[in-house]
Design a protein around this ligand. Structure first.
Ligand code: 2NL
Length: 347
């Protein structure tokens, strides 16, 4: 009993237990002597030894519990956790500038009541070209501009979408008008040099309603440019242009000023082309299952990668897709800093 009380850890307690109750323990040996005793003495002796064994066992349990409690108290005192400390090691993941810009654009147009829609990268000829009024002999359809998959038995072949427009076509065909959607995503063209990568990112938008006109287009895109570049005023011009899927069509330039290596956006005497747009061509409306006498709309397309370079002063496009940790750390964004109109897009 004295050894049990004196034990300062599990090992000492176990030694005390073995000393009394183990195979050669003192109590065990005393119990072995019982067999050789005359019966009248044995009964009384056995009762005594059993009582002693019960008391010892009880004392062992108590001491074990005390030791465990003391050990836990010691750990709790030495292994304090301060839940208010920042995460360690420092977080390394960052939001790629392309994702950041897509989130910013989504936030701006969601604020104007648009839905954000996505669709497949692998498309069919109909959704990528035919429904967009792009004729079979159009250069965009040629092998050297579009990535085609192998021909199937029925003569058809899938392709990697060359713009996100097929998603708008699918939406027109599957949902009821009016439509207000923005479509960000990956797009592919057989093109690779200093300023082109075979995979790039686009964000297109589509508005379909009754009585939509070019004033709505200009207003929406001007509001977008102000919000995106985080400026109160942005100098803009709409230049007549041509796309098979819009009529009339325009390209949009924003004013800028070059100051050595620095580029000031929104003012100045130079122009930067940033997007293409127009009123949806009646034939495209018809392919989308809409009566052009009842429904009109506008659409635009904007290249995300170049937009990210412009806004965030990134000089080299090809670094975008190299997954270089140092580059991502330098140009990436903090994952918890979700862009909002109320909180500032990029602050
Ligand atoms: C550009 C030009 C544009 C569209 C994309 C579009 C989509 C449908 C119907 C009509 Cl479903 N138009 N998209 C319209 C005008 C221009 O993109 O330069 N993009 C980088």
């Amino acid at each position: 009993m004295a050894a049990v009380e004196a034990a300062q850890d599990e090992a000492a307690l176990e030694a005390a237990r073995i000393g009394a109750l183990g195979k050669k323990g003192r109590l065990t040996l005393l119990m072995k002597e019982l067999g050789a005793m005359p019966p009248e003495l044995r009964k009384e002796r056995a009762q005594e030894l059993n009582l002693l064994k019960d008391r010892l066992t009880e004392a062992l349990h108590m001491r074990r519990a005390d030791l465990a409690e003391a050990a836990l108290a010691a750990r709790l005192a030495s292994e304090r956790v301060d839940v208010t400390l920042p995460v360690r090691p420092e977080p390394r993941g960052s939001i790629h500038p392309v994702s950041q810009v897509i989130d910013e654009i989504g936030e701006i147009f969601a604020g104007m009541g648009f839905n954000i829609v996505e669709g497949p990268d692998i498309e069919e000829d109909f959704y990528n070209f035919t429904a967009l009024n792009i004729p079979p002999e159009h250069p965009a359809r040629q092998m050297h501009d579009t990535f085609y998959f192998n021909e199937k038995a029925d003569g058809s072949r899938k392709l990697l979408r060359t713009h996100t427009s097929p998603v708008q076509v699918r939406t027109m065909l599957s949902e009821k008008p009016p439509h207000r959607i923005v479509v960000p995503g990956r797009t592919y063209r057989c093109d690779s040099d200093q300023t082109h990568t075979p995979m790039f990112h686009q964000c297109e938008g589509l508005v379909i309603d009754r009585h939509i006109h070019m004033g709505h287009l200009k207003g929406a895109l001007e509001d977008f440019c102000k919000a995106f570049f985080e400026l109160d005023e942005v100098k803009m011009r709409f230049r007549p242009s041509y796309f098979p899927f819009t009529e009339p069509s325009a390209e949009v330039d924003i004013g800028c000023r070059r100051n050595g290596a620095e580029l000031k956006i929104g003012e100045g005497d130079d122009w930067l082309e940033i997007l293409g747009c127009g009123m949806v061509h009646p034939k495209v409306l018809e392919y989308g299952g809409l009566d052009p006498e009842e429904w009109q709309g506008f659409a635009w397309g904007i290249g995300i990668d170049r937009l990210a370079m412009l806004k965030y002063g990134i000089p080299d496009l090809r670094a975008f897709f190299e997954s270089d940790q140092r580059w991502l750390q330098h140009y990436g964004f903090v994952p918890t800093d979700w862009p909002t109109l109320a909180g500032g897009l990029s602050r």
